[in-house]
Write a protein that binds this ligand. Structure first.
Ligand code: GRF
Length: 212
């Protein structure tokens, strides 16, 4: 059975969704860069080993990433899942886990990479927003996309209501992406795009606001 390590920095709701999704892999550990991350308690309550690599204890990004890699490698994972992990990783770290490092981002990439995605989407007046699971590359928030979910942006949305609608979908698509990865369903094609092996394409159109 494949093993994954989950990296968090805070609340840990995506991590919790993964712990409760009955994935076809074992969750070897949850590692946080902050000792006060609420998600650590959730992981412990699920009986998952936890570790903390405090970024503030390291003089620079390179030393932090080296310590983080050492902590991760002790669990010999097949995949490393970033779930609300709020540190930018060095190119050396990303290269070490090439094809094994995945992230969930709260926007329909390539739109709204970076922070404050919901506020920026509301500011622009877009009618559809969403979330993306992708492989991590050195190009921040731009690695091969595995799965995305789109949600409507409603007239009276606030940052909070929109974030909640997106987060519900994050929890669903992250578990799906990891299920596919652990079952060897995801491959990278010649264009560097992530595609699903042996999978009939399906889906439906989201029109927002809806047609009358
Ligand atoms: C999520 O919206 C995730 O997409 C983003 O940070 C948030 C983390 O939430 N990278 P949680 O810690 O998983 O609850």
């Amino acid at each position: 059975m494949k093993k994954i390590v989950i990296l968090i920095s805070g609340r840990g709701s995506n991590m919790q969704a993964l712990l409760e999704a009955q994935l076809p892999c074992s969750i070897a550990a949850v590692i946080s860069n902050r000792a006060d991350a609420e998600g650590l308690n959730i992981a412990k309550a699920h009986g998952i080993p936890t570790a903390v690599v405090e970024h503030r204890d390291y003089a620079d990004r390179d030393r932090f990433d080296t310590a983080l890699a050492k902590s991760i490698d002790a669990f010999v994972p097949d995949f490393v899942a970033l779930a609300g992990f709020m540190r930018i990783l060095t190119a050396k770290f990303v290269a070490r886990y090439q094809g094994k490092l995945i992230n969930i981002h709260p926007s329909l990439l390539p739109a709204y990479g970076g922070l404050d995605t919901h506020v920026r989407a509301l500011h622009d007046g877009v009618k559809i927003h969403g979330c993306t699971v992708h492989f991590v590359t050195t190009d921040l928030d731009h690695g091969p996309i595995i799965i995305q979910a789109a949600v409507p942006v409603l007239r009276d949305d606030t940052e909070q209501t929109l974030a909640a609608r997106v987060l519900r979908e994050e929890h669903r698509i992250y578990a799906q992406a990891i299920r596919w990865l652990c079952n060897d369903k995801v491959i990278l094609n010649e264009q560097g795009h992530a595609i699903l092996r042996h999978r009939k394409q399906s889906g439906f159109t989201l029109v927002s606001p809806g047609l009358e």
